[in-house]
Design a protein around this ligand. Structure first.
Ligand SMILES: [Zn+2]
Length: 305
């Protein structure tokens, strides 16, 4: 009887606090999906192993990709008994499925957050927004329905803007097809829902391979992050920068790593991270709007983001 009581006490002492702090809780079925995703990611990316993916304790969203792959997410919530977080930050990798480094760097940064999450920011990290694009034999930019997710976001009440732009200005390039209408894709619906529910104060989206920092939104952009310097690439109908940055006025930092298939060195990965945290600390949430916004490049620039 005493032993039983002792066991129950132990359970109450450890199990409940552990559960209550674990926002990345999975049902059995979701955990199976996470396991399967980690297995596939481990096979695909040379710098992410199955075990390290599993150890991150990712969650599987209730949304799924067009081909029913898991949409993975990890939350680093405010810490109990600590100060209120300064801001909520959403980080997105792998919106384009053939930009491997943009997914790998999410795993590197989640390892940093696993060790050092201080509660300064409340994070949500979606390391692989387009699993169908990445996890097929030959990885591709677009999703399983052939849609460029970074052209599939809402267009401020102009549902045809992306398609028109694609036909006239992007020469109907199939790699940049915006889909039949905004948010036609489950992956885009998921991100739009995340933004609505989480209400991030800033979004960091990682791409490759242009080796620069791009920015859309109301506050002062970072002039550099590690070895990457600010270069505004222009904005396109249906892009995340247009939707979140311009329409919703949420600062969107787009990090373009220099290579899609080669990771920056660990030192550079760390430097980009440190500079990003410094910029977030200083600028998010913004106290007042910056008067002078940097000049954007004209829309007829080559579409590269
Ligand atoms: Zn991209």
């Amino acid at each position: 009887m005493l032993t039983r009581l002792y066991q129950i006490t132990l359970l109450l002492l450890f199990a409940i606090p552990a559960y209550s702090q674990n926002l990345n809780f999975n049902t059995f079925e979701q955990q199976q999906q996470v396991n399967s995703s980690c297995l596939n990611i481990g096979k695909k990316l040379s710098s992410v192993t199955f075990n390290e993916c599993l150890k991150l304790n990712l969650s599987s969203s209730v949304h799924q990709s067009a081909k029913n792959n898991s949409l993975l997410i990890k939350e680093y919530p405010p810490l109990l008994n600590k100060r209120e977080p300064q801001a909520k930050i959403l980080m997105l990798g792998g919106i384009h499925g053939d930009e491997y480094s943009s997914v790998t760097i999410m795993f590197k940064w989640m390892h940093i957050l696993d060790k050092y999450h201080s509660g300064l920011f409340h994070w949500k990290v979606a390391p692989l927004v387009n699993p169908d694009g990445l996890l097929q034999k030959k990885s591709q930019r677009i999703n399983a329905n052939g849609v460029d997710l970074n052209r599939n976001f809402p267009n401020n009440g102009k549902p045809d803007a992306s398609l028109e732009y694609w036909k006239k200005r992007a020469y109907s390039d199939p790699r940049r097809y915006p889909g039949p209408m905004p948010t036609s894709e489950p992956e885009t619906q998921w991100i739009v829902e995340l933004i609505k529910q989480f209400k991030p104060d800033a979004i960091v989206a990682v791409h490759a391979p242009y080796g620069i920092v791009d920015y859309d939104g109301p506050t002062k952009p970072p002039s550099r992050l590690g070895p990457l310097y600010l270069k505004l690439l222009g904005t396109y109908p249906g892009s995340l920068g247009n939707y979140a940055g311009l329409q919703q006025e949420i600062p969107v930092v787009t990090i373009e790593l220099p290579y899609a298939g080669i990771m920056p060195s660990d030192k550079e990965v760390g430097r980009i991270w440190v500079d990003m945290i410094r910029w977030l600390k200083k600028n998010i949430p913004q106290k007042q709007k910056t008067q002078e916004l940097p000049q954007r490049h004209a829309e007829h620039n080559v579409i590269i983001k």
